[in-house]
Design a protein around this ligand. Sequence first.
Ligand SMILES: [Zn+2]
Length: 257
Amino acid sequence: MELIDTHCHLDVAEFDADRQAVLARARAGGVNAIVVPGVLARTWDGLWNFCATDPGLYPALGMHPVYLDHHTDAGLQQLEARVDRQRPVAIGEIGLDYYVKGLDRDRQQRLFEVQLEIARAAGLPVILHVRKAHDAVLATLKRIRVRGGICHAFNGSLQQAEHYLALGFRLGFGGMLTFERSSRLRGLAQALPLEALVLETDAPDMTVAQHRGERNSPEYLPYCLAALAAVRGEPEQQVAARTTATARAVLGLDNYV
Ligand SMILES: [Zn+2]
């Protein structure tokens, strides 16, 4: 069984003490590939160098909307230059966050659009962070057509999901599915076609019910798989094979070197 963690911040300080051990345990559990999304320009070097240590690690570069105050025009120029030079697997994570208070929406929008333009020019997929802003993100994606990507930690409506799918996006589901209280999210994961879904942990954030209150880790991805398979009433093997194939296709991993 081969699994792909399509969203894991394995480059952050929470993993400094045991990053290689975590990676080894994840791999022992079948997690063969991990996408590491960028959030801040000043962390891109560390992320890039870490991903270069192992062929199963795939770097994405981007500026996360939550860190709006840290982003600069120089960072955007650097992103464009790096994309030319280094070829990340995707642009991300980028998007709009209307949930966190005090984030200027116009500035978020501009940051998002410039990064989408970079992705479009480079023909790269996009990893989206969207909270309470699906309609605004969808309207933007309809104007600035990228090749698709992943809407990470999806928690929108079925109708919004259909719009993402039509735009070439797939939907990331993870640890929240392991909690019984996530009934709305579980309903969504059951109702959507299996072809729409990919797995992610979002480690070190979130976590799974089996490790409540602890640091999240890519080694827990099999718990996310088990929860998704149970919710859908489908064999784990089938859900694993399909979500992995979807992730490989939407991110172009087979052509990535
Ligand atoms: Zn993230």
